[in-house]
Unconditional design. Structure first.
Length: 231
């Protein structure tokens, strides 16, 4: 359990005893944001992606990841963002960890031609199995768009429409992966908006484009690493 600190609401001056939430790292170790003692909490009037997240380092495995900034709801109705000590290290991991079940060497990938949206989902599922992720299935949590897939240690999203994947699509997938302490992979039939590709590079999300032959093509460095690391 994280250490409790006293937090005073700047609006009504009410004092609260607050403990930041403890969340699991991908390695399984608990990570709690270190609260800055004596610093005044900040009322939340509007939200931005940068303000809602902080980079923290796992004290056990050294992994750097984004974590939600701790917040506290005061009885007066004010939502408070509690100051924490972040880590200036980059968010993107140094590499994309491969599943423990990945065989080496692998046989050549056997694609299926894409004629329908279902074919696109099938192609992505086959590719994940080829990378070594077993028991690929439909994800329990439905994504905002497209189709979600899941396996042990990974969540994936497939956008089988003619709409390029957006910035929000990539961020939502990454957030789901963070919540489940898993890696994530995105597959799109129509490619990605420029903002989505830039954000994926920052977050370390592998992006693949599905060609009509059913072969996922890597379109950013994290995808190249995932593909090369499994060879």
């Amino acid at each position: 359990m994280a250490e409790r600190v006293h937090v005073r609401c700047p609006a009504c001056r009410r004092e609260h005893l607050f403990a930041p939430p403890v969340l699991p790292c991908a390695c399984g170790a608990p990570v709690a944001p270190p609260v800055v003692r004596g610093a005044d909490p900040e009322p939340v009037s509007e939200r931005t992606w940068a303000d809602d997240w902080v980079t923290l380092r796992c004290p056990v495995c050294g992994r750097h990841d984004r974590w939600p900034r701790p917040e506290l709801g005061c009885d007066c109705g004010t939502l408070l963002r509690v100051p924490v000590q972040g880590d200036p290290a980059p968010v993107a991991p140094a590499h994309i960890p491969l599943p423990r079940t990945a065989p080496a060497p692998r046989a050549a990938f056997q694609p299926v031609a894409i004629r329908t949206a279902r074919d696109a989902v099938t192609a992505a599922a086959l590719y994940l199995r080829w990378l070594g992720y077993g028991d690929v299935r439909r994800a329990d949590q439905r994504p905002p768009s497209g189709v979600g897939l899941a396996a042990r240690g990974v969540v994936a999203q497939v956008e089988p429409s003619v709409r390029p994947a957006t910035l929000r699509d990539v961020e939502c997938l990454w957030l789901q992966a963070m919540t489940e302490s898993a890696a994530c992979v995105y597959f799109s039939l129509a490619g990605y908006a420029d903002a989505a590709r830039s954000r994926a590079d920052e977050l370390g999300v592998p992006l693949f484009v599905l060609d009509l032959a059913g072969v996922p093509q890597p379109v950013n460095s994290p995808a190249d690493e995932l593909l090369a690391g499994g060879a």
